[in-house]
Design a protein around this ligand. Structure first.
Ligand code: SF4
Length: 102
């Protein structure tokens, strides 16, 4: 999957999904992540063995399409100061998702 350039917004402060190839020491080492193809999923999650982890952790959320989240701006940008990612069924979800007040 082609990843989009960061537009600012949240950093991935921690991740509990140790099955992911980008994961090391409770941190994400992907260059950036995308969220929200279905509910607040981490779309960058992968179990493929061929990934080159970045030396630095805390990558930015380059794009989030979860319009129902209170941190989402213009349907594409995460404005949370930082996010955490955790397990949901057999994939990974953004646990910082907060539904917008009605
Ligand atoms: S599940 Fe997402 S946030 Fe966690 S290590 Fe993988 S790509 Fe990073």
């Amino acid at each position: 999957m082609e990843m989009q350039q960061p537009r600012g917004g949240g950093l991935v402060l921690s991740c509990l999904v140790e099955q992911c190839s980008w994961w090391k020491n409770r941190e994400c080492h992907a260059p950036r992540i995308q969220v929200g193809s279905e509910h607040p999923t981490c779309d960058t999650y992968t179990t493929e063995s061929q990934v080159s982890q970045a030396t630095e952790s805390e990558p930015p959320v380059s794009n989030c399409s979860v319009q129902a989240c209170k941190f989402n701006e213009q349907g594409e940008q995460c404005m949370a100061p930082g996010i955490t990612v955790g397990h949901h069924a057999d994939h990974a979800d953004c646990d910082t998702y907060v539904p917008m007040a009605m």
